[in-house]
Design a protein around this ligand. Structure first.
Ligand code: G3P
Length: 249
């Protein structure tokens, strides 16, 4: 079975109500292939989730950018997986490098969060990726394998997991990975899944790329055999139709 191409837009901590309405209206008007061919998932900040979910065309879906590691309760400032399910939010991004690095989320914590979100019925975009120092030290594959291993240790059903390879040095820098660099890591990740999870999971899990993806560089990246889509930050926020997510398809 082929892997359906996946395009995610991660708005991070950006936007006002007015900007959100404008971007959604551009997305709604964009020409995109049918959802049988491409899955589009938009991830606004928590506070805009209901607005975006309500206003977005029905063939596009929404994702939260995080959720708590266990059942909600006395955790000030957190949003639980149960709450997302209650609001019919189908997807959540877990383990983004901005949270791993700035909020010190460890591999194990990310693994626990992925497992808990899945247990509540959410679909997960699980992010992994090396820093520039790690790449320069030649440890890219080792780093992403350790991050994936911590997820695999807690997850038995991969059907609702999309793995997002986002090299930290490419995020928000304009320094996109070359198609060869992306393909090399994606292919290593698929081999890792094959050897450590199962050949079926390796063949069916979508491995998407994130880090300075734009309309100008996405075609060549998408042509790589193991690149199954994108997680787009900055370029997904532009409300000019030539630059929005639809132009990345
Ligand atoms: O999650 C997407 C992201 O981290 C990439 O951001 O702005 O480099 O496309 P950007």
């Amino acid at each position: 079975m082929g892997r359906k191409f996946f395009v995610g837009g991660n708005w991070k901590c950006n936007g006002t109500t007015e900007q959100v309405k404008k971007i959604v209206s551009t997305l709604n008007g964009g020409e995109v292939p049918s959802q049988d061919v491409v899955e589009v998932v938009i991830s606004p900040p928590f506070v805009f989730l209901p607005l975006v979910k309500e206003a977005l065309r029905p063939d596009f879906h929404v994702a939260a950018q995080n959720c708590w590691v266990k059942k909600g309760g006395a955790f000030t400032g957190e949003v639980s997986a149960e709450m997302l399910v209650n609001l019919s939010i189908p997807w959540v991004i877990i383990g983004h490098s901005e949270r791993r690095l700035m909020l010190k989320e460890s591999n194990e914590f990310v693994g626990d969060k992925v497992a808990y979100a899945l247990s509540q019925g959410l679909k997960v975009i699980a992010c992994i990726g090396e820093t520039l120092e790690q790449r320069e030290a030649g440890s890219t594959v080792e780093v992403v394998a350790a991050q994936t291993k911590a997820i695999a240790a807690k997850v038995s059903n991969w059907a609702d997991v999309v793995l997002a390879y986002e090299p930290v040095w490419a995020i928000g820098t304009g320094k996109v990975a070359t198609p060869a660099q992306a393909q090399e890591v994606h292919s290593e990740l698929r081999k890792w899944l094959q050897a450590n999870v199962s050949p079926e999971v390796a063949a069916s899990t979508r491995i998407i790329y994130g880090g300075s993806v734009t309309a100008a560089n996405c075609k060549e990246l998408a042509a790589q055999p193991d690149v199954d889509g994108f997680l787009v930050g900055g370029a997904s926020l532009k409300s000019r139709s030539s630059l929005t997510l639809s132009s990345l398809l």
